[in-house]
Each structure stands twice: as C-alpha cells, then as structure tokens.
Design a binder for this molecule. Structure first.
Ligand code: NAP
Length: 321
C-alpha cells in the first residue's frame, strides 16, 4: 500500500478497505479486477487505517470505523444502510453511499411474484389441506380483483410494484414523497397510510429501516388492513412488531405472512414463526447483492468523487436512507 497523502487531497491511487462479513476475498478479487491501479486490502490484511480513502462495508466489526480517519466515503455493500448508520463510531461528515439495484431488483421481483401468487392462488390453504389429505377445491379469484399495496417505491419497491401490475394485480404504492408510476395508484406520507392499508389485500413491505419506519407495522396499522389480508416482508424485520403480527393472524384478522426477514436473525429455533401453519419463512435470501454490478457502481462513484461530483446512491443522513 502506498504512503498516502492527507485525507482531503484527491489521490490518483485510492486506498480501499473491504470488510464484507466473510465475503472479503470475493469482493477483493472483483475490485482488483475492476480497479487495477487501486490499493485494495481486506480487514484481515495489514494496512495503515489512516491511509484508507474508501471503506466497503457489510456488517463490519464494531469500532472499525473509528480508526479510519482519512475516509472520503463509505460504501454499503447492500441496498440497506442501517448496519452502517447504526455504527457508534460512524464519522458525521463522511458520505455514506448505498448500492442501487445492483442486480437485486430482478430477484426481489421473483420473490414477490411467488409470494403474492402464494396467497392469490390459495397455495397457503392447499398446503394446510395437504397436511390433512383434504382435496377440497376453491374458486380461483380474478387477479385484477386482488389488491396489492407496496410500501416503499424506491429502487426495489418500484420494480416489484411494476412487475405485480404487469401480472394483473391491482397495485397501489406508498412512499414518503409522491411518486408517479404507470398503472399504480400512489399514496404519500403518514397521513395517507391508513387509507392505503385499508385497500391492500396483500401488503408488501419494501421500506428501508429508519427511525421512522421501525415498528411501522404494528397492532394499530396492521388492523387497518382488510380482514383476511396477507403480509409479505422482505425488507427488514424491524418494520414489523412480530407479536402484533402473530396476534392478528391467530385471531383471524390476517390470513398469514410470507417473511424473509426477522427482528432477530438467524430466526431463533424456538421462535413461533417456524411452526406456524400460516407463516412462510425464508432465511433472508430475497435478493443478494451481485458483485459484478456492485463493483461497477462503486468504481463509477469513486471516479465521480475524485472529479468532485456527487456520487449516485448518496444516503441522506437525516432521513436515514
Ligand atoms: P430505496 O431506493 O431507498 O427506497 C426506499 C423507499 O421507501 C422510497 O420509496 C422511500 O420514499 C420509502 N420510504 C422511506 N422512508 C419512508 C417513510 N418514513 N414513509 C414512507 N415511505 C418511506 O430502497 P430500496 O433499494 O428499494 O430497498 C428497500 C429495502 O429493502 C432496503 O433498505 C433493505 O433494507 C431491503 N432489502 C432487503 C433484501 C433482502 O434480501 N431481504 C435485499 C435488498 C434490500 P421516497 O421515494 O419518497 O424517498
């Protein structure tokens, strides 16, 4: 690694640190192939923390950021940045940049088409019938009568909402600021949440985890959903108050849930979600970061920063996403 100059000087040779929760070598290999003249190290190698310009992070060890005093930017190696913003040692002035789509939108679309059809075509009911060798047939609902509400219309939520519309669902979306997406009825802001929920037979959560969205799906809000509505959450577990979700399923207000995320991950063995006949669980696999696409985005953003331009995917520290 070169003995780099001071933190704010634009460097010809950027020094990059990777801390990627066990995937460090794969990320390093891809970054080295993409940025051949950069100094790139993983957290497990010897490096001088003061010389690091850019940190590429996924679930980094506690305290790592404290020693990186020359950082020009922090990159999250995922769409979410909650793992970075919650770090106590996060420097206040350093820009945090997230991945936008980076191959995840296609996977999110696949996950949600499957999960929405699971409820729309009664596969949840047929799974329970199979356990009892029950051959009862049910009428097939019209897809255009099945209303899906997508919370969060960002890089991933908008792709999911559009794909569900194309399949024939009646889709609406809810976001912080108003969006216009072809074929989708949109709502914005907390004051429209109840109205949006009241017409969502299937609710999809594609929100980022922030101070405002934590626990947004609780006993009060989930009760606004129509009777027999289903919930799909592949965003973050913290958006749902799990005990409230369970209660509303058990008391019959909600039909069931399809969950990729939980408050505690891995989901503890004793957690009631595992055995629940109305809950489907997947182990946080809805959409994985694709390294090739991500490395391109990161390299382009490093170029932008070195030219004094604003990077794409810059996180707003105030809103938290
Ligand atoms: P994004 O582009 O940042 O979009 C976030 C959306 O949520 C935006 O539409 C935003 O509204 C809306 N929003 C934020 N705060 C809100 C609030 N308080 N009230 C109403 N709407 C609000 O995020 P993304 O890339 O689509 O990703 C969404 C989340 O998916 C990530 O944060 C991550 O946690 C999760 N994720 C999960 C997996 C998995 O495998 N399970 C994989 C990737 C990502 P505006 O449009 O008005 O800004």
């Amino acid at each position: 690694m070169s003995a780099a100059s001071s933190a704010n000087t634009t460097r010809k040779t950027p020094s990059i640190l990777i801390a990627a929760a066990g995937e460090d070598d794969r990320w390093k290999e891809a970054m080295v192939a993409r940025l051949q003249d950069a100094n790139i190290v993983t957290q497990y190698e010897n490096y001088d923390p003061k010389t690091i310009d850019f940190a590429l992070l996924w679930k980094q060890p506690q305290g790592l950021l404290k020693s990186l005093t020359g950082l020009q930017a922090i990159f999250s190696l995922g769409a979410g940045v909650d793992h970075v913003l919650s770090a106590p040692s996060l420097p206040t002035e350093v820009p945090v940049i997230r991945l936008e789509d980076a191959g995840m939108a296609d996977q999110m679309v696949q996950y949600h088409l499957y999960a929405a059809l699971h409820f729309m075509r009664d596969f949840d009911i047929y799974a329970r019938q199979q356990a009892k060798a029950d051959w009862t047939q049910h009428d097939v609902a019209r897809i255009s009568k099945c209303r899906v509400g997508v919370m969060g219309l960002g890089a991933l939520g908008a792709a999911v909402a559009t794909a569900l519309t194309q399949l024939g669902f009646a889709v609406s979306g809810w976001s912080r600021t108003m969006k216009a997406i072809d074929g989708i009825t949109t709502y914005a802001g907390a004051e429209t949440l109840n109205e949006f929920l009241g017409q969502s037979d299937i609710l999809v959560c594609m929100l980022p985890r922030t101070a405002e969205t934590e626990g947004v799906l609780n006993g009060n809000t989930l009760s606004q959903l129509p009777k027999n509505a289903a919930v799909i959450n592949a965003a973050r577990g913290a958006m749902i108050v799990e005990a409230d979700l369970l209660r509303l399923i058990d008391t019959g207000h909600l039909r069931g849930a399809f969950l990729d995320v939980a408050v505690t991950e891995p989901l503890p063995e004793s957690h009631p979600f595992w055995d629940h006949s109305k809950i489907r669980i997947t182990p946080h696999i809805a959409a994985a970061t694709r390294i090739e696409e991500s490395v391109d985005q990161i390299a382009e953003n490093i170029d932008r920063i070195s030219r004094g331009e604003t990077p794409r995917g810059l996180v707003d520290r105030k809103t938290g996403y």
